[in-house]
Structure formats: C-alpha cells, structure tokens
Design a protein around this ligand. Structure first.
Ligand code: G1P
Length: 297
C-alpha cells in the first residue's frame, strides 16, 4: 500500500516585489481575494486533500502569517460577547491543531528548490505535497485532492500541468511528454523556463506537486539552474534520470496566476462573482463599466 500524503510544504519566503509597495509590510500571501488571504485558499485545498501537517518555508517579515494561523483570544472573546457566532465560525478556518503547523526559515533566497529542501528534516521519508499559494485554482474538486486520487494509482512523483500558449511557455517549468494518457502524462524530461522557441511541449507545470522524498536527495546532485537558482523542476527531472516515474496531471479547474497583478484581479472578480451576496451588485457594476468604456471609444 502506498504511504498516504499527509504533509505539505508551502514556500512563502518570496519578497513579492511585484506587489510593492503593498508587500513592504504585508506578506504577499496575506493579500486577499475578496476577504480571504491567498494562503487560506492554499490551506483549504490542502485540508481537502487530507493534509495534516503544514510546513511553511518563510523568511524575515512574514510574521503576519504566523499570527494569522494563531488563536486570537481577545478578538474571539469580543465576538463571543457580542453574539457574532457566524464570524467566530469563520475564524475557525484559520485555526490549526497544536503542532500541526511548522515554520522553517529559508535564510537565503536561493530559489524554489532550495526552499523545499529547507524542509527536508520535517519530511523525512514520506511522500509530500508542495503548494505554491500564488497559483490559485478554482475547481469543483480541489486540485490537490484530484492529484492525490490520481497518485494513488500512479505512485512516483506528480506535478500539476496545464496547456499554455506557446509564447508563455518560457515563464514555466515545461514537460517533455513520453506518453499522453489523457488526465495523466508520463514525463521523460522537464525544463525550467525554457528559452523562447525551445520548449519541449506547451504543457506547463502549475504550483501543485506530490513528490517522492527521494527528490530531496537530488539537491545534492543538481547545479544551480534557471535564474541562477536551485530549481525544484531540476530536482524532479533528476528522478527521471534515476529511472523513477514522474507524471504530469491535467487537473480540472481554472488556475489564476496571483503572482501577477492581472491574474490577481481576475481571481478577485471570479471569486467575488461566485459569492451570492456580491454577485448581483458586482455584475451590474461591471456591465455599467463596460458600456461606459464602449461608449467612450
Ligand atoms: C514556479 C516553478 C515553475 C512553475 C511555476 C508555476 O515558477 O519554478 O516550474 O511552472 O512556479 O506557477 P515561478 O512562477 O515561481 O517563477
């Protein structure tokens, strides 16, 4: 029987420079889509997939994340006193069982691969998930849960994958596909941020992974890669060189790149329109805006 995936790593050490000046004092992961921080979406997805241990790889200035997942006795007491039980209920989403959450510091910004490697002692010898909170995925069945189900069949290591426009491939890790089986593809190579025109396919890696613990040993074998950083993609590709299986998984759902302003705004609109209490007002406003814009042209 395959070991269940119960640990997930959340790399949250990035400076979020694309969102300066906001990220000067607010961690990017605390920025909100409607009223929930990006990190809450990632945690909800992990919980739905059966994750029990949450490992954050952080850096200086990310204290707000630790506070977010802590109990807030004064706030809770005041809500209780004023009978705001619905808000108390909402706050429960932010509570973690004691010992279920761990914070590790990435002392140097050496890349995503290095961030994941920093958590190696907490992972030890179990398969584990990695969730990049910038990639928000709206889906009927949460993406990581879809992957866990597929992984139960395939084993090995698995990355979420999505077709992207050929001129966008150089922003991603890209899969070299050996065999396309529909939802899953078996992978014979992976390239991080291929130079324009050199991508082996248009199937890009999206920030959800289920990895064999052996990937962590590969960091001893690989060199610095794209952007002079230690790349997770390269450590996973090394699994293939070692003769072990790597699969891409085409998830169902809509992915938003919340690491970019345009993606963040699109996600905000999509999640707001999905809220019954906001939908009508926002829809009317947007219709009005569009007709005003059209009239002005
Ligand atoms: C990271 C990964 C890349 C992946 C992407 C998905 O890149 O290194 O392989 O395709 O996330 O969002 P980043 O966006 O951090 O540059």
């Amino acid at each position: 029987m395959k070991t269940k995936v119960t640990k997930a790593i959340f790399p949250v050490a990035g400076l979020g420079t694309r969102f300066l000046p906001a990220t000067k004092s607010v961690p990017k992961e605390i920025m909100t889509l409607v009223d929930r921080p990006l990190i809450q979406y990632a945690i909800d997805e992990a919980r739905a997939a059966g994750i029990k241990e949450f490992i954050f790889v952080t850096s200086r200035g990310k204290g707000a994340l630790e506070d977010y997942f802590d109990h807030a006795p004064d706030l809770e007491a005041s809500l209780r006193k004023s009978g705001k039980t619905d808000l108390l209920e909402t706050l429960k989403e932010t509570n973690m069982d004691s010992g279920a959450i761990a914070y590790i510091r990435q002392h140097k910004a050496l890349g995503l691969g290095h961030a994941v490697w920093c958590a190696r002692r907490l992972i030890a010898n179990e398969p584990f998930a990695v969730i990049l909170p910038d990639d928000v995925i709206a889906a009927e069945k949460p993406c990581l849960q879809q992957m866990v189900e597929a992984y139960e069949e395939t084993g090995g290591s698995m990355v979420a994958a999505m077709e992207v426009a050929p001129d966008k491939a150089s922003s991603y890790g890209v899969l070299d596909v050996a065999q396309d089986k529909g939802n899953t593809v078996s992978v014979r190579g992976m390239v991080e941020k291929p130079a324009p025109g050199t991508a082996p396919s248009n199937l890009a890696v999206i920030g959800r992974y289920i990895l064999s613990p052996k990937v962590l040993n590969n960091f001893n074998k690989i060199e610095k890669g794209a952007g002079g950083e230690l790349q997770l993609t390269d450590a996973i590709a090394e699994e293939i060189n070692q003769g072990r299986d790597v699969h891409g998984f085409r998830f169902s759902g809509q992915r938003f790149d919340c690491g970019s302003k345009a993606g963040f705004l699109q996600a905000t609109v999509a999640f707001a329109l999905a809220r019954p209490e906001l939908r009508d007002e926002l829809h009317d406003y947007m219709t009005q805006m569009v007709s005003m814009q059209n009239a002005a042209q």
